[in-house]
Design a protein. Structure first.
Length: 209
């Protein structure tokens, strides 16, 4: 099972990476809420993540020597807007922070779904992800990773793999994979033939390629 293999390494990771991942995850979540009907679960997760972001911002600036004031101001605007369900404002604030504090994805992007990393990605998915994700059904908070990979932008997919998603079991499974391994997993999930195979579960997915 994934929990038995992966460790919550973000608890010990560099504060700069943690902060940037939180910013990117929030920007992605608020964009999701903006594009469609924001569920109560998603709004609650955004509210929780904004609280975590404030803590990470203070820790980050204490180490980096930056002024946390402008960051906290944007978080404050976003929190007030969230209470009004003014998602365009929340999205605008988080997008501005993501542009200022981007996650360095060099070495991971661009993805190569037909490349040599595919076999490693299949191994990682089968041994680390499939136990939970392949069994996810309609309405489950655990997503089908193949569907997720084909629906989202590559950078957002990578952020979710790296950080996990707060409000779900995945938040505890922020993983210790190297950049190359994350790239391989994303390559496998985004491969053109991955979507049909996913419906047959992890064993069918492996056999279908």
């Amino acid at each position: 099972m994934l929990a038995a293999v992966l460790a919550p390494v973000l608890a010990h990771a560099d504060r700069g990476l943690r902060f940037r991942l939180e910013v990117a995850l929030l920007a992605h979540e608020t964009h999701q809420a903006l594009r469609g009907r924001a569920s109560a679960r998603l709004l609650a997760r955004i509210h929780s993540d904004l609280g975590v972001l404030g803590f990470e911002a203070r820790s980050y600036c204490a180490r980096a020597g930056c002024d946390v004031g402008p960051i906290k101001a944007r978080i404050g605007v976003a929190r007030k807007a969230l209470r009004r369900k003014a998602m365009p404002t929340v999205w605008s604030e988080m997008r501005a922070l993501r542009r200022r504090f981007p996650v360095d994805l060099r070495g991971i992007l661009p993805l190569h779904p037909r490349g040599y990393r595919w076999r490693e990605g299949r191994f990682l998915y089968t041994h680390l992800c499939a136990t939970c994700h392949a069994a996810a059904g309609p309405g489950s908070p655990i997503p089908n990773l193949f569907m997720l990979a084909h629906r989202e932008k590559p950078a957002d997919l990578i952020v979710e793999i790296l950080a996990g998603v707060r409000g779900t079991r995945a938040v505890g499974y922020a993983n210790p994979l190297s950049g190359g391994q994350v790239a391989s997993l994303a390559d496998y999930l985004t491969a053109p033939t991955a979507m049909p195979a996913a419906s047959r579960g992890p064993e069918g997915a492996a056999a279908g390629h």
